[in-house]
Write a protein that binds this ligand. Sequence first.
Ligand SMILES: [Zn+2]
Length: 297
Amino acid sequence: MPEKERVGIPRARDAKNNLFEREAVDESPQPFVKPLLCGGCTAPVVAVPGSTRRSGAGSVSVIPYYRLKSRDEHDHDEGCRYHFDERVGDIATEYRQEIERDADTYLLILRDPQSLAGPEDDEGEDNDGREVRTDVETAGGAALHPTIQAARAIARLLRHFRNDPAAQARFKASYQGVRIAWEDFFFDAEHDAPSLAARLLDTSQYPIAVLGRATLVQPFKNGDGRSVHLQTPPGAKGPDGRWVNAVLRASQPRFLGYEADDVILGYGNWQLYPESGGARVDARLWCDVGSATIKFE
Ligand SMILES: [Zn+2]
């Protein structure tokens, strides 16, 4: 049986006990002293250079990585942070209500953002507009919903594996029975602003997750409410030629209790505003529950 493409080990330890990232494999000369061990345990590994592989119509570039020398002789030690299958298994177990396994693919089941409300979200303001509770909603989303927690866990794992395409390919989102590629569900505002805009211009919509670093936290001009701008690359344009910003907005400031430089994940029905016209467009998430966002780092 052909083995599913292995997820590369992103880091190795050399004979002098120094750690090397995957990029070191392609350096000339290679900076490490062989033999190499897994960066997370004592399993021997070998370095695999980056390459370009022909595939169907085009070519696919494969990033350099480390792989086990012999899984039969010495697999990862138990609990190794770079044992991909084990670490995925941990997440799937922790979020078993949210993540379904289908052979080698893990599906994050997307719930409707309306169902995100947690117990704390029901407690609003009293009649004077004074907040009833001020001690609970720290850093947004005390009422953490499992969907966004599971999305965060997967995104952290992928980041841990340096966003290896082979790792990303193991995850999909699923909304009302339709499977969605991970890159069409999860967007990093700092890199993916153009594809985020393209996604939101599409006629078929579903909840998505957007990750970003807060650059600006400000109150609404007319008083109540707060907006948080996420970092996007300067000059990033969507397919309609407009510059794209990514912005979280909430009428209750406590739902966006963040500070500049916080890294935030926002899950829900992101939309473009305005829908058309102008030189700029916001990819916006309206946060009417505290659990629409979560701190990522
Ligand atoms: Zn290992």
